[in-house]
Structure formats: structure tokens, C-alpha cells
Design a protein around this ligand. Structure first.
Ligand code: 4AZ
Length: 834
């Protein structure tokens, strides 16, 4: 030891080295150097390396502990667990109470113990925070915070996931005083993470028995909700109760990534217990009404930094929890998913035993059917009949039982609920399933007069097969009989195109390679209208400028493009972008229910619909909003008669945003008419040019229920066979009463030559014909002047026509006639500036 220290005196050697280096030796001194003891040299070099290594290590340590950026990311998880050896007390609802704090501390300690001993989680564990308790025995809701290097995130997710599964089967919690039997934990959606102790927009509420309680988003209804907010409402009911939450007003931004409300069937914002996540605007006719499975609910509102909307108003109440959802129903009756028409609660199971007399069989008709389905057709929530599960969205669904008893089961899982179902059941005689009616294979019963009439009334075509075609019918290759009027109309009515082959095409039509005729304007529209693609061959690029013709779209720079209906379709087709200008139209702010059928419109479904009242006479005509102070209607509404001067603007009042006649709520806007401009060439004998413009006394503000409809360009085509909607408060029958609630009907555009054959007067090129030859669906008196709305691919709605005339209403083979709006685009622009 001593020897080495003698040999190794760093100070002395250092000085020597320095002294040595200070002497710049000539090359001849080389030998003298080499003669030095090599051991000493080695020592010196080692010493230098050692010192360098030491300082490097110190540096690294200092950097590591003081300066190194922490690349670990914060990860939050939400969870809850059941504590079986504690009883819930009211004090546990209050996070400031001593009881809450004591139990929270015990649970947090237990979680810390557990998580810091869990493989894959322990190194990243930061803390657990209990946020709430609820009954059952006691459920504790908490956040788990971890910090993890990004590359280990997946590993951590896996460890937490495994823990959740493990703990359910083998309770394994490290606690002396708590017994825990269930734990659910899931990674928190990063958008929904909020520091658990932040109470700046956090509310706790308890339902008051027997009354409704209300809460609103911040500022509602006086100001929009704040930007970048994160709010939560904890709602509770008494034990053995559930909650019903009804958003009576719901008006949020349309893009759910930005602003959204989430409702949970839990007090943790945990995805596995999410009842629904919503944004947009819901009309009162499609209000969101949600039900919890237990006595708690959590509502969160998360908003981003721009576009803030009015928000919501919610009403909630508690309802006694049903012990059992099982019923035996006899004879006939109605039944529905729990709490229908509210969304069904999560985790519900119901059974209905339907019984009819022994000689009969059970028939069930689902009128509304909306149950959550997983993507691949697998059911999440379902109705089960005879071991067969049914889910998704169904039109009217008829099910025939095999015997006089049928068991219908309903099941919903823990998350994502939907509207549910409403059904009726009755008995049927297997030998005579439809007394005095025709029995479809689908189980439906239809009037005998609808059999072999060329219309698929059964839904499965069973009323249209094995028919002897009548004189005025065409025999399709498929065996169906179709009205000869449908031959060569550009629509495949037979299903095998046989009604569209070997046609003599009209001059304005194009003949396809397969013999079919299609309107010339359907050529090169990127849709295979011919069925053999021959109409889409040899097409120039649609946005390329072409020579202007009557059917090409003219951009503002006077160049023409080939693309059909390019206005406001979301694609910039004109080089100057003019096809996408002035597109604040044809938009429906409200989200509508997915329940189809029905004839009553929903509130805000047709926000351009106007009711024109003749003073003291109620609804007389319809009209459409085209700007904030112009309406378009039919000229014949303003034609003077011997008794009345209908052309006098003072006679009229316009109601905008109206849904039910005479129900003038705060959404409805009433305006006098400043001037009426009837088309100069309106022909009161032929109804040609049946169009008029109405200027409002003062402009209106657009709202959820008042919006302008898009006016089609002169070249816009609404092809034969296209489905369109007609709306109004007109007569419900030719000799009947006018409607109170706005009505809607879906029609099909019919080829003009067919209409000319069928109708008493001439259908000019400024008219459109639409309806059903079977009759039953049509516009009628009082609907005149109202819109025929066409929903285009991107959801935008265009004014295809204006209700004009017909031979009576809804008669067989008497379709309705409409003013072709596209023909008057220039005229509207010229006379109103719109
Ligand atoms: C009318 O009198 C009227 N079926 C409007 C439309 C139709 C018939 C009559 C179409 O205003």
C-alpha cells in the first residue's frame, strides 16, 4: 500500500508532467524521454483517464438528476371498486365530510399498496385519488395517475387491463380493513382528463323525490357555454331508485371532437359505462331522454376554444328501480323496451311471455326497432326470440310464432344505449293469418286490392309474384307485373331491367348500349345509370372546361364545366370556386330521429317551410324561405277571385318556424308581406310558370327551425325515379280537413311523357311530375306553393319543385304536378337578387 502511494503521488506527477511539457525538446532528446521509467508513464496516463472518467460520471449524474428533460408522460385511468364490508351513509356523498375523507384515505392507501406491488404498473405509479362514493355496498370511484416513458405506455395499459380482469376472478387487494370484490378500471380518454381535485365547474346534485330537478350548461340560456371548459354534474337518486335524465334543450357545436356531452352510468367517466356521447342540436320531437341502471349518473361537458353554442338544459328525476322485468301478456297488446321512448337503460334484461288462445299463434309487429349493434352485425344489445338475436335499425318488423306462446327477451349491455323498440302482439289463425286481407310471406297483412298492382306492398314482393299481368301491365323477366307506364322511364322497376330494354328513346334521352333510355343529363354524372356503364364512357374530366351548352354548369368566370349539379356539393369544381359560393342553405341544424315512416314531420325537419295565412282564414298556401327576406311560392295562390283580392300583400301573413298550426311558440316568426311578385308569364289556365316571390316586411334571423333552402342552378337535374319530399299543412284527404301538424311525404319523380298521358292537362317542360301511380301519397289543397325538397348526396337540401296542381289528390294514376324550380333560377335572381 505504502509502496503504491509512493509510486503514485498524483500531485508530484502532475507537476512533473506539466514541467515536462513546458520544455519543448528537440527531436534529438527523444532518446532521453524513452529512457524514463515506462511504469511512471503508464501511471500518468491511467491517472488522466481515471480523472476524466470520474468527472464525466459526475457530470452525467448532475445532468441526470438536475437537467435531463423528463420524457415520461402522464397517464390517467378511471376506475371503481366495490367495498363489501362498509355501509353507504349519506355523509359519503359530501367530499368535504370527515367520513368521506377517512374512507377515501383508506381506499387510496389500499390502492397504493396494491398498485405499487403490481408488476408492470409499480414503476410508473404516481397516485390514486378517490372522487366519489355511492351505494352498493359502497362503490368507490377513483382516478389512477401514472407517469410512463412513451415507449412503455402499451405495456402499462396491458398491466392495468390485466389487473382489472384478474381482480374480478381472484380478489387480491392489499388491505387490512377493506374487503373488495370487484374492480373496473380503464384508460381515460385523454380529452376527458381533468385534475380530479379541480372543482371549478363541478356540481353535485341529488334528486328530490316526487319532483323534477333542473341543471344547465354554464351561462344557459343567456350566453353560450364557455370555451375550453370541462364541467361535470354528479347526479344521485335515493337507494333502490334509478335516474331519468331529459335534455329538454340541447344545442352544441355540430363537430363532436370539439364540444360534446357524455353521460355515464357510473360516477367515473369510464368508457365501459358510457350511456352516450352527443353533440349537435336535438329538436324537442327527438329529445334525448336517458335512463341509468343504478342510482347515480355522471354528465360531463367538454368544449374547445372556438365556436361556442347555447348549450343544454336538462331535467332529471328519480324513479323506483323495477325489481323484475318479466311479464306475461295474454290475448293482444303492446309492449316496449324499458322506459320507451326514453333510451333503454344499460344492463337491463326483460322477458315477455306472450300468450294467445290455444288454437291460435302469436304474431309480433315491431313498429320501432333501434338496438345497438356492433360493426360486424354482431349484436351488442338485442331482442331474442327462439334463440335468434335481433339488433340494429329495422323498418317495420313482423315475426310469426310457431305456437300460441312466444317468449321475447331483451338485453342491453353496460354501455351505449339506443331508442329501443315498441311492439304490438296479437293472435293469428295459421290457416287464415290475415282475415279478409292478403297474407304476405313476411307476415304482414295488406289489402287485397294491393295484390298484383305492380307495387311491393309486402316489402318482400310476395304480393307481386305469381300474378297474371293485366292488360295495362308489362310482364317482367322476374315474373312481376308492372304498369306499362313504368316502361322505358329510366328506372329499373322489374329488378332485371327488362322494363327498360328495347326502348325507343325520347329526343332528350340517351340510348344506352343495353337499349335502356336515360335522360341526357345523366350522361357522365359518375353514376352507372344505364346499368352497363355505357353512359359513363368517353367522358371528359368533369371539372375540365368545356364548350358551354344548355346542360353545362357555368362558373362565374363564364367557363363551363361538365360535372352535373356541382353547386354546393362540397367539391370545388370551378377554377374560381364559384360553384361553392353562396352555399349557406339547405342545412338542417336539428338531428332527427332515425325512425322512418310516419307522416308527421319532426320539429325543424323542413326549416324552409312557411305557412301562408290569409288573414282570419288560416293556412291557405305554403312557401319556402330562400333568404332572410324572400320567400318563393306558387303564382296561383295570389290569383284574384271574384270575392277576394289574393294579390294584395296586406291579405297575407307568413309564419316561419311553425310546426303545429296555431301553436305560436317562441320559435315561430310571423311576418307581413311587403310585396308579391307573380311570374309575368304565369298562365292561369295551364298553370305554366306557376311561381311567385314574396318579400317579407322585415328580415328574419335564421335559427334551428328557420333556414333557407338551396336554389338549384338552371342546369341542376333531378332525375326520373329520384326520391323527393313534399311537405305542408294541406288537406289530409281530397275532401278532408287540413293537417294541424306539418306533414311530409316521400315521392318519386315521374317521367314527363307518362304524366302527359295520365293527366288531363299538359305538363310543360317547366313542370315536374311526382308521386305514386298507386295513389295514396300526394300533395293537396293547402300545400300549394310549398317546397318539394330534394336531399342531395351531402345532406344539403335543394328546392326541386313548388307544389302546383293535380287532378284531385292522391288518386290512382294521378301524380301531382310541381313547378320546376331550376327553370326559374335566373328569374328569381333577377326579381329578388337572391
Ligand atoms: C291545390 O288545390 C292542389 N295533388 C295542390 C296540389 C295538388 C292538387 C291540388 C296535387 O292546391
Amino acid at each position: 500500500m505504502i509502496e503504491s502511494s509512493l509510486k503514485f503521488d498524483p500531485k508530484r506527477d502532475e507537476i512533473n508532467v506539466l514541467a515536462e511539457e513546458m520544455v519543448f525538446l528537440p527531436a534529438s532528446n527523444q532518446k532521453k524521454l524513452e529512457k524514463r521509467n515506462p511504469k511512471v508513464v503508464m501511471l500518468i496516463v491511467g491517472l488522466i483517464i481515471g480523472a476524466a472518467l470520474l468527472s464525466l460520471m459526475i457530470g452525467l449524474l448532475v445532468w441526470h438528476f438536475h437537467f435531463r428533460p423528463d420524457n415520461r408522460v402522464k397517464k390517467m385511468y378511471n376506475g371503481y371498486l366495490n367495498i363489501t364490508n362498509k355501509q353507504f351513509t349519506e355523509e359519503l356523498e359530501d367530499s368535504d365530510s370527515e367520513e368521506f375523507k377517512t374512507l377515501a384515505a383508506t381506499v387510496e392507501e389500499m390502492l397504493q399498496e396494491t398498485y405499487t406491488k403490481t408488476d408492470g404498473l409499480a414503476p410508473y405509479y404516481v397516485q390514486s385519488t378517490v372522487t366519489a362514493f355511492s351505494e352498493g355496498s359502497v362503490i368507490a370511484y377513483y382516478w389512477l395517475e401514472c407517469r410512463v416513458p412513451p415507449e412503455k405506455e402499451a405495456e402499462l395499459d396491458k398491466a392495468v387491463g390485466a389487473l382489472s380482469v384478474l381482480s374480478r376472478s381472484h380478489p387480491r387487494f392489499f388491505s387490512k380493513s377493506l374487503r373488495v370484490n370487484n374492480m373496473v378500471i380503464d384508460r381515460a380518454d385523454p380529452r376527458k382528463v381533468k385534475p380530479p381535485k379541480d372543482k371549478s365547474c363541478s356540481y353535485d346534485m341529488h334528486a328530490t323525490p316526487g319532483t323534477n330537478s333542473t341543471f344547465t350548461s354554464p351561462g344557459f340560456p343567456h350566453s353560450p357555454y364557455p370555451a375550453d371548459s370541462w364541467c361535470q354534474w354528479v347526479i344521485r337518486a335515493d337507494s333502490d331508485h334509478i335516474l331519468e335524465l331529459n335534455f329538454v334543450t340541447f344545442d352544441l357545436e355540430k363537430i363532436c371532437q370539439n364540444d360534446f356531452v357524455t353521460v355515464y352510468d357510473s360516477l367515473s367517466p369510464i368508457e365501459k359505462r358510457e350511456i352516450t356521447e352527443r353533440c349537435g342540436v336535438y329538436p324537442p320531437t327527438n329529445a334525448l331522454k336517458l335512463i341509468s341502471s343504478r342510482n347515480v349518473m355522471l354528465v360531463t361537458l367538454i368544449t374547445d376554444d372556438n365556436e361556442n353554442y347555447p348549450g343544454f338544459k336538462a331535467v332529471f328525476r328519480q324513479l323506483p328501480k323495477r325489481k323484475e322485468c318479466r311479464k306475461v301478456l295474454e290475448g293482444s297488446g303492446v309492449f316496449s323496451s324499458p322506459y320507451y321512448p326514453a333510451y333503454y337503460p344499460p344492463r337491463a334484461d326483460c322477458t315477455w311471455i306472450l300468450r294467445v288462445p290455444p288454437s291460435m299463434k302469436v304474431k309480433v309487429v315491431f313498429k320501432v326497432f333501434l338496438l345497438q349493434e356492433l360493426k360486424d352485425g354482431v349484436c351488442k344489445d338485442y331482442v331474442e326470440i327462439n334463440n335468434q338475436r335481433i339488433c340494429g335499425k329495422k323498418p317495420v318488423l313482423v315475426l310469426l310464432g310457431e305456437g300460441n306462446e312466444m317468449t321475447v327477451k331483451f338485453h342491453s349491455d353496460a354501455a351505449e344505449s339506443d331508442r329501443g323498440f315498441s311492439a304490438t302482439f296479437e293472435s293469428y289463425d295459421a290457416n287464415k293469418p290475415c282475415p279478409d286481407e292478403f297474407a304476405c310471406t313476411s307476415g304482414r297483412c295488406i289489402g287485397k286490392d294491393l295484390v298484383c298492382d305492380g307495387w311491393n306492398d309486402c316489402g318482400d314482393n310476395s304480393d307481386e309474384i305469381n300474378c297474371n299481368c293485366k292488360e295495362d301491365q308489362f310482364h317482367c323477366g322476374t315474373g312481376l307485373c308492372k304498369s306499362k307506364f313504368w316502361m322505358c322511364d329510366g328506372v329499373d322497376d322489374c329488378g332485371d331491367n327488362s322494363d327498360e330494354e328495347s326502348c325507343q328513346c325520347d329526343p332528350e334521352d340517351m340510348k344506352c348500349a343495353n337499349g335502356r333510355c336515360i335522360p341526357e343529363e345523366q350522361k357522365c354524372n359518375q353514376v352507372d345509370d344505364c346499368g352497363d356503364r355505357s353512359d359513363e364512357k368517353d367522358c371528359q374530366h368533369e371539372s375540365m372546361s368545356v364548350t358551354c351548352t344548355a346542360s353545362t354548369y357555368k362558373c362565374s368566370n363564364n367557363l363551363c364545366i361538365r360535372k352535373k349539379n356541382p353547386e354546393c356539393d362540397g367539391t370545388r369544381d370551378c377554377a374560381d370556386g364559384s360553384d361553392e359560393q353562396n352555399c349557406s342553405c339547405g342545412f338542417r341544424p336539428y338531428k332527427h330521429s332515425r325512425i322512418v315512416g310516419g307522416v308527421d314531420a319532426e320539429i325543424g325537419e323542413w326549416p324552409w317551410q312557411v305557412s301562408l295565412h290569409v288573414k282570419n282564414h288560416g293556412n291557405t298556401c305554403g312557401a319556402s324561405v330562400i333568404s332572410n327576406h324572400w320567400l318563393v311560392s306558387a303564382a296561383h295562390c295570389f290569383q284574384n277571385t271574384f270575392g277576394t283580392k289574393y294579390s294584395d300583400p296586406n291579405l297575407w301573413t307568413a309564419y316561419l318556424g311553425l310546426h303545429v298550426q296555431l301553436e305560436l311558440n317562441d320559435r315561430v316568426v310571423k311576418r307581413d308581406i311587403k310585396q308579391i311578385i307573380v311570374h309575368e308569364s304565369y298562365n292561369l289556365q295551364t298553370f305554366d310558370n306557376d311561381i311567385a316571390l314574396l318579400e317579407l316586411s322585415s328580415p328574419v334571423a335564421f335559427s334551428n327551425v328557420i333556414q333557407p333552402i338551396c336554389l338549384p342552378d338552371a342546369t341542376h337535374s333531378f332525375p326520373v325515379g329520384k326520391s323527393v319530399w313534399v311537405t305542408g299543412w294541406g288537406k289530409l284527404k281530397e275532401d278532408g280537413y287540413e293537417a294541424k301538424v306539418l306533414q311530409k311525404a316521400e315521392l318519386r319523380i315521374i317521367k314527363r311523357p307518362i304524366c302527359n298521358t295520365l293527366l288531363s292537362s299538359t305538363v310543360t317542360s317547366r313542370m315536374l311530375c311526382a308521386g305514386f301511380l298507386s295513389g295514396g301519397i300526394d300533395a293537396c289543397q293547402g300545400d300549394s306553393g310549398g317546397p318539394m325538397s330534394s336531399v342531395e348526396g351531402n345532406g344539403r337540401v335543394f328546392l326541386a319543385g313548388i307544389v302546383s296542381w293535380g287532378d284531385g289528390c292522391a288518386r290512382r294514376n294521378k301524380p301531382g304536378v310541381y313547378t320546376k324550380a331550376a327553370k326559374f333560377r335566373q328569374w328569381i335572381k333577377m326579381r329578388s337578387g337572391v
